[in-house]
Write a protein that binds this ligand. Structure first.
Ligand code: R2B
Ligand code: URA
Length: 311
């Protein structure tokens, strides 16, 4: 459909597909995405980032660099031998950002505050670039509840430390409870791309508990402090299991609430490093942890290849 007054010879101006964006962004010239070391005057966002369709986040810089190299091969993108993938945000010294054709790969650090900062800036990035219906993924690690270590969990619902399906943001002293909606169709599609016989590990859909701490927040007995008993710890983990919680991590509520606020389809895919019913310390050998780390990446790469090439 061509709008009145448009010249069909000229490329159509695309609009951002995002919703509910901050109206004051339009007044910023430049808009400085401080932690990504980007700004809208020195970088032409629609030109550089306009083709982005998938935004993949993971905790560490090294995981995201590995994923960027892996997805480059998976989608058959070749870069000339002298050109290496470049961390676009290196000078910001906070997060890593790589662009591989339509796939943007970013690190998010640990916890809600860290992922929330990079998500504000990534959402503004795809907004300024006028990306069309970008899909966001978080690929991470987690502690499993009853499931075998190495199981891949696709989050059906993200719950906060009080088991509420919300992300609490304190704005001008007032706690705001933002819903942690995730795209259920996307989660099911991802699940359908697992291969229970061939993969050699399970991929399940289930609820994820998101905490603000790795130790007491996740009912561990191995933090610097602990004022509950082993029995209380187990009672809490049992309660989680009975509520349908399959894993525990630290970013899903912020990730789900920020993406859903902008009407962005999003999914959380985390591998479990241990079964919390059996212990607290992560003692799997490095080679096994490395293998676990690739599992969410493999599933997300299958999704991206299918979306790009139908295979
Ligand atoms: C999983 O692993 C990290 C803590 O070790 C944290 O970022 C998370 O969600
Ligand atoms: N990440 C977490 O947040 N918890 C775990 O137990 C393992 C990884």
């Amino acid at each position: 459909h061509i709008k009145d007054g448009c010249n069909p010879e000229e490329p159509q101006e695309l609009e951002s597909t995002l919703g509910n964006m901050n109206p004051y962004i339009e007044c910023l010239n430049p808009d400085i995405l401080y932690h990504l070391n980007l700004d809208t005057v020195t970088t032409d966002f629609p030109k550089v980032f306009g083709d982005v369709r998938f935004v993949c986040l993971g905790g560490t810089e090294s995981r995201m660099e590995k994923f960027a190299n892996y997805i480059m091969k998976e989608i058959g993108l070749k870069m000339s031998q002298s050109v290496q993938l470049k961390n676009i945000s290196a000078e910001g010294h906070r997060y890593a950002l790589y662009k591989v054709g339509p796939v943007l790969c970013a690190s998010h650090g640990i916890g809600g505050p860290s992922i929330s900062i990079v998500l504000h800036e990534l959402i503004k990035l795809v907004f300024h670039a006028k990306c069309q219906d970008p899909v966001f993924f978080r690929m991470g690690t987690s502690g499993g509840i009853t499931v075998e270590p190495g199981t891949v969990v696709i989050t059906s619902e993200a719950l906060d430390g009080q088991l509420r399906p919300v992300h609490e943001v304190v704005v001008q002293t007032q706690p705001q409870l933002r819903p942690t909606t995730l795209d259920q169709d996307l989660a099911k599609t991802l699940r359908s791309l697992s291969n229970p016989c061939g993969d050699g590990y399970d991929t399940v859909l289930g609820k994820t508990l998101c905490t603000n701490d790795f130790y007491e927040g996740q009912s561990r007995l191995d933090g610097a402090f602990c004022d509950y008993t082993p029995e209380k710890k187990m009672a809490f983990l049992e309660k989680l299991s009975q509520s349908g919680v399959v894993n525990i991590e630290m970013e899903s509520t912020a990730f789900a609430s920020l993406t859903s606020q902008a009407n962005i389809r999003a999914a959380v895919v985390c591998v479990t490093l241990l079964n919390r019913m059996e212990g607290d310390q992560i003692d799997a050998p490095p080679a096994r942890l490395k293998d676990y780390d690739t599992r969410p990446q493999i599933l997300i790469a299958r999704y991206i290849r299918k979306a790009m090439y139908g295979e």
